[in-house]
Design a protein around this ligand. Sequence first.
Ligand code: NAD
Length: 468
Amino acid sequence: MSDYTMTIDGKAEAAKGTFGVINPATEQVFAQPPECTKAQLDSAMESAQNAFRAWRKDEAKRRQTLLDIGAAIQARGGEIAPLLTQEQGKPVDKAMQEVFGAAIWFQYTASLQIPIETIQDDATRRIEIHRRPLGVVAAITPWNFPLMLAVWKIAPALLAGNTVVIKPSPYTPLTTLKLGEILRSVVPPGVVNVVSGGNDLGGWMTAHPVPRKVSFTGSVATGKKVNTAAAPDLKRVTLELGGNDAAILLGDIDVKATAQKVFWGAFENSGQICSAIKRVYVPEKLYSSVVSELQEIAKTVKVGNGLEAGTQLGPLNNKMQYDKVREMIDDAKKHGAKVVTGGQQLSSKGYFIAPTIVSEISDGVRLVDEEQFGPALPIVPYRNVEDAVERANATHYGLSGSVWSSDPEKAAAVARELECGSAWVNQHLAIAPNLPFGGAKWSGIGVENGPWGLLGFTEIQVVNVAKA
Ligand code: NAD
């Protein structure tokens, strides 16, 4: 029997089958969580539907529950963080940041108001706009920030009065299963159900008749399937999908200081962030100095098992992603690009790739045009800013982007030209609980976080009272 159980109707639930979870630093299977059956998913959905009737009624209780969840996560941080490192690969100090960030997200969300707007209130009528919960939310998450991205869905869904059935990625199910275990003593049975399994389970959830909303984070390809599956019974969807963020460096930057920030904007979490910098556009006159600064930084970074002290970057999370990034580096070389540092496998075991800086590359090569989602960064020269902006926008993606300059207002004017959900100046990855986060174009539908994300878990009801 597995050490890990699903949470269905407030109780631990094993399954007939299990599947292996691989530690990407060792390539060893180290856990066997349950493989949810269709009948078990039906039970989870039924439980969430039953729990919705009472859960939607008491806003004050929901607010307090969110604070209690935050405290419970904080109390168990020392246990969750190493588990996150083992299933995901990230260094344990970063795993700890993700766990405490998850607690903070619950605490922040508890402070949000669910507005009632009064449009008219006089002798003839009172008209109010209320925000009602939707019902059961099916939440599906990827493997790069498994805990944090689960919380981005669970916290606002619960505050708005919905109940949840959540499925983590089969690569990183353990911390979400652990969260479910923690929640058994904090939330009423059925309010949060956690199920685990493969991609088929995600398909069953999106086609299931019970959920009224699907909140999905993952790739564009899967996001399109989710949207299609949700359409026949008009489920609401929020889709947080992939990105191919451009950073545009202007000609007046401090090269050394900018290179540091750009490097970490690209390589944090080994590049496995939807809104990491995935291509850098540099004026021709600064090209060689920017490339050599980035090269120097890349050489100093300690890559290794996230459980070892001092590790700054862990492995890629899984073999498929590892092969994809290696293939894209090889493809760039075939197209005449130069790997100035990195590129190689770092040890015989584990999905490690050294931080890789690629120069002499341009648009039209996969590493520039596609989402690499890994530690390989193409540096592309440009002649004029208009051209750089046009190339940054010449993509189906539109998650975020950044512009860098010693004149922030000049950079802001360029940033506003980017076709993306978040346009940053002299920074990247500036994500916070009180800011909406979402993508333009194929990078998504809707937003998460802040009051805007909360409202995505509600629908409007106009209450119109005629008095005379
Ligand atoms: P993925 O699309 O392969 O899988 C995401 C989740 O969907 C997993 O839980 C998976 O089991 C499930 N799934 C797979 N097929 C399904 C189907 N047919 N129906 C329903 N669910 C299904 O993505 P991934 O490889 O886990 O994650 C990496 C991708 O996620 C990258 O493209 C990255 O940019 C994106 N991402 C986006 C954000 C954001 O907020 N925009 C954040 C993190 C990651």
